[in-house]
Design a protein around this ligand. Sequence first.
Ligand code: GUN
Length: 290
Amino acid sequence: MTARLIDGNALAAQVRGELAARAEALKAQGVVPCLAVILVGEDPASAVYVRNKVAACEKAGVRSIKDTYAADVNPRTVFDRIAELNADPSVHGILVQLPLPKHFDADAILEAIAPEKDVDGFHAENVGALMQGNPRFIPCTPYGVMKMLESANVPLKGAEAVIVGRSNIVGKPMAMLLLQAGCTVTVCHSQTKDLAFHTQRADILVAAVGRPRMITGDMVKPGAAVIDVGINRLQSGPDAGKLCGDVDFESCKEVAGVITPVPGGVGPMTITMLLTNTLESAERAAEEMS
Ligand code: GUN
């Protein structure tokens, strides 16, 4: 192994320690930071993510509200609940776990969340603010990736950054953040003609596609920072049932300069940045009160 490992668990523990102190300071002012999480349907991965988010809140001194609805719920019920949470001054963050069942208009749901409580940063107003370089809430996964790059002292100014995946949750906001940090950014996707041509030029390579081990060592520039956002459960082969990322860790770790593992890489940082956004929101609310 030549690459240095960026330990997401260790970095998350450090940041969460700082957050717990901020939560205590808020409580001393009479403000209990609070995140509301809405889960619709029975998607097992979403259920695990929501459980982890609620548990992380508890550990950090953040109150959480968890509302779960059956997959066939009338969307009006969820809209009404969001309106209630928007109007409740004791709630500082609202998150609707994605994906939503097919009969939901996910964009309309995200737009219904008050932008000043949209701790995911998915509301159009917050997406626009991020694009203008003046973010209110930075989407949690790309925010966590930026913290990891910073912690590993990866140079960003003038670096070639290649992102594989163009989702609204990761790829697109990741591109904006790296661009603002001074990288030259390329976003690759399923229609990209020669993926390896692009990835081999990357000083910073972010994989966020949801395809197990698709980035192999031969696609990586020697010394690159390789960030693996994927969380996939292998369906077959000798490692069936195991979690793995979008990066083939075994081959890439021999070529990269720094690399994140799965599990224990970006995942813990995503939840940490959700807590960060919730605390920021609560701090803004406390400031308005004083
Ligand atoms: N589903 C997968 N990632 C996310 C996320 O960061 N936020 C929400 N709300 N849903 C998700």
